[in-house]
Design a protein around this ligand. Structure first.
Ligand code: 3NM
Length: 217
């Protein structure tokens, strides 16, 4: 299997749902099933925070969510935990700036999908040089979901990256809902990544489907 193409990556990033057990009030497997019915295009398992599962419980939980993704033909990405991604034979890994370098992770995961969170042009260029298939840019709007999130930066960096002719697939993240998603796509992103707008929705299926509609511009 070769590296994912830019076109395939762009399509997967459209509505990228990220979730761990801490992000849900309803049963997480149910939330994910509804999000998939609503049309999410990619899923990231992000099990973080004080009461997060660890060890075998984390593995079993991830496996359950991965099985649901497989049944729906939606790729399953693991946040940070490269060993878990390899153990599960996940479709990819997403890392931040504080994690192992993208170069090192690329060597470990071969041609699996590699995503990197970035917050300025230098980080975007470094991620590309080290083998990222896509970059996350955020926080676009203010968010309380990520404890150490930086302050909201709007769509400026996305526009800057595109103005330089850089073609890496981009997903915007941070405080995104169907009400505020469209400027992100207009500025040059390929998709939007959300946690709470789906994970805490009364109806995750409806919110996922509204997000899809909001980026069809
Ligand atoms: N990363 P919500 S913001 C996981 O800026 C994450 O890199 C961010 O959650 C970044 O959709 C963020 O609930 C949290 O705002 C996104």
């Amino acid at each position: 299997m070769s590296r994912i193409s830019i076109e395939q990556m762009r399509n997967l990033l459209k509505v990228y749902f990220i979730m761990g057990s801490n992000n849900c009030q309803q049963e997480p497997t149910h939330v994910l099933e509804l999000a998939l019915k609503g049309g999410i295009t990619l899923f990231q398992f992000r099990e973080k925070g004080t009461s997060a599962y660890t060890g075998d419980e984390k593995y079993q939980f991830a496996k359950k969510l991965q099985t649901i993704c497989k049944e729906n033909n939606v790729p399953f990405i693991v946040n940070d935990d490269v060993e878990l991604a390899l153990l599960l034979d996940a479709d990819g890994v997403h890392i931040g700036q504080d994690d192992e370098s993208a170069e090192m992770v690329r060597r470990k995961i071969g041609n699996k999908i590699l995503g990197v969170s970035t917050h300025n042009l230098e980080e975007v260029e470094k991620a590309i040089a080290e083998g990222a298939d896509y970059v996350g840019i955020g926080p676009i709007y203010s968010t309380t979901t990520k404890e150490d999130a930086k302050s909201a930066q709007g769509t400026t960096l996305i526009a800057e990256v595109r103005s330089k002719g850089i073609e890496i697939p981009i997903v915007g993240i941070g405080g995104i809902t169907s009400e505020n998603a469209s400027p992100i796509i207009k500025s040059g992103a390929d998709g939007i990544a959300v946690i709470t707008d789906i994970s805490l929705a009364n109806d995750p299926r409806e919110n996922a489907s509204k997000l899809i509609n909001s980026i069809s511009i």
